[in-house]
Design a protein around this ligand. Sequence first.
Ligand code: GTP
Ligand code: MG
Length: 443
Amino acid sequence: MAIATPPGVGALGVVRLSGPDAIPLTAALVKSPAAIDAQPSHTARRVRILDPGTGAPIDDALCTIMRAPRSYTGDDVVERSCHGGAALLAMVVERVCRAGARLAAPGEFTRRAFLNGRIDLARAEAGALLINARTERAVSLAARALEGELGARLGGLREALLDLVAGLEVSLDFPDDGVGVDVDDARAHTEALVRDVEALRAAARRGRLVHDGITIALVGRPNAGKSSLLNALLGRARAIVAPTPGTTRDVVEGVVEIAGVPVRLLDTAGLGTPGDAIEAEGMKRSQAAVDESDLVIVVVDGRVARADADLERTLIGRRALVVRSKSDLGAHPDAEALGDAIAVSSMTGAGLPALRAAIAQEIAAIVASNDDEGQVAASLRQSEGLAKISRALATGAGALGVVPLEAVLIDLREALGATSELLGLDLGEAVLDRIFSTFCVGK
Ligand SMILES: Nc1nc2c(ncn2[C@@H]2O[C@H](COP(=O)(O)OP(=O)(O)OP(=O)(O)O)[C@@H](O)[C@H]2O)c(=O)[nH]1
Ligand SMILES: [Mg+2]
């Protein structure tokens, strides 16, 4: 049993009970015109929840019953929609516990669903992604995974690998009979699987960018207007702005949504010659922010003439947009000559839509496509698993025909094992513990 709604006060608070005793335990605590035990599956009834000790009423609630196996967990499930008060819900939970229920661990309902074969592991993880999605786009991606998209693709891969391994085993056992698969065919087949997995991995990587978002570092000379731009993009005064150069000394973060993707903006200390040890440390952090970002916005003070050669050095090989700041003050001819710079005034907001559009374009390039087909929602564990499969398969493909089949089969079996693991087949308790402990209570 657990409270399935977030902590705090709300119109409703749902207490979810699952297990063979869910219905009798509920019956002992509620008073309703018709007996709860006889309530048909997938129906809701208005009930009064009573304190079993005193018989005093606790709440007026709606009780929904879903009988096994047609429930979220696959066991009998009772969901009580109570009024959403923290003390009230705690009381309900305490009374049900006293009657013999046990508090659920984080993710335990979903774990039961998985163990009861209601969902595969890929879908269980999609549920967690859906709950944690921060933008509409991430929601729709996770919703597709919840429909079983990744699970289906992994299932297909597992079937193909089973065929391949079985075929090679036969060739190994009966080398002269011409049965099993031919080594050249097997290599071609394995290479095709590597390409499939790589495509899936790339889609998962892009899916993770949609889910987690991208990071953009704002860099430039001291006083260029970086912090002002951060504030303008966020629509609030997140960072301190001052006419003194060297105002920002640490990395200041803010998150904004652009093109349906969460964008983490990092405002950094100005780059140049540090005046003191603190500034030097600030610049080191700026460099680290640049290193971890997917895109850099170079802010050039529109009123100042200067060659930003050292900045360019910092940015070698980085995806970058150039912003010419303070456009409301007019531009120095040198700054104006920066051809591809986007003129922005953080003061008036002029140029901000153009900057957002340019960022959106960069996001589209980073996420590879703006339509959702090229992306798959995947958890970190799934991304790592795909990398493992791909490595083992590539090693196997390279080894086929070169080293003895026994050795090749070790790699292919490893790929098969990693695929099964992603689907949640043959998983040990310890791994399940780790996966489901990242879920929230009540899920
Ligand atoms: N008129 C005008 N002034 C601006 C604009 N953007 C920034 N400023 C001014 O320029 C000065 C520096 O702005 P900041 O945003 O603090 O610049 P910074 O790049 O973060 O500076 P450091 O943190 O010191 O590296 C402040 O006095 C701002 O008010 C703008 O678009 N228009
Ligand atoms: Mg600043």
